[in-house]
Ligand binder design. Structure first.
Ligand code: THU
Length: 131
């Protein structure tokens, strides 16, 4: 799967977003080394803080399906004019399983840029910190 194809999957997931409050749909697609792709969208809630981001939806689908290693890239697509970078909570949760994950951040026109998660979350707190 190319980066472009992964971004396209993230864009397509926006159609499932439940965003009655922000009206800001986000889609995500998480690629594993065995070729599996776990997709997600943001799901908002009347209790705003209970909202879950697209990236964490995809992450939870992967982990709950038994895939917790070998993650190679995640694409995130928003509709804005800025690239849709993962929020702090999503960076933290992704770091747990794949600190060197490639993050592809896409904007509304479909253009995307790439940055490694370890650069987005320098000196992150991971499982090794508890040793
Ligand atoms: N959101 C995501 O799904 N992922 C991000 O990386 C940034 C923010 C969602 C949460 C909320 O539903 C909406 O975008 C506005 O913050």
């Amino acid at each position: 799967m190319t980066d472009q194809e992964l971004v396209q999957k993230a864009i397509e997931m926006q159609r499932f977003s439940y965003v009655p409050y922000s009206h800001f749909p986000v889609g995500a697609a998480l690629l594993c080394e065995d070729g599996r792709v776990f997709t997600g969208c943001n799901v908002e809630n009347a209790a705003y803080g209970s909202t879950i981001c697209a990236e964490r939806t995809a992450l939870l689908k992967a982990v709950s399906e038994g895939c917790r290693s070998g993650w190679t890239a995640i694409a995130i697509a928003g509709k804005g004019s800025d690239y849709c970078w993962p929020c702090g909570s999503c960076r933290q949760m992704l770091y747990e399983f794949a600190p060197n994950l490639r993050v592809l951040a896409a904007r509304g026109d479909g253009k995307f840029v790439e940055m490694e998660l370890s650069k987005l979350l320098p000196n992150g707190f991971g499982p090794q910190a508890l040793n």
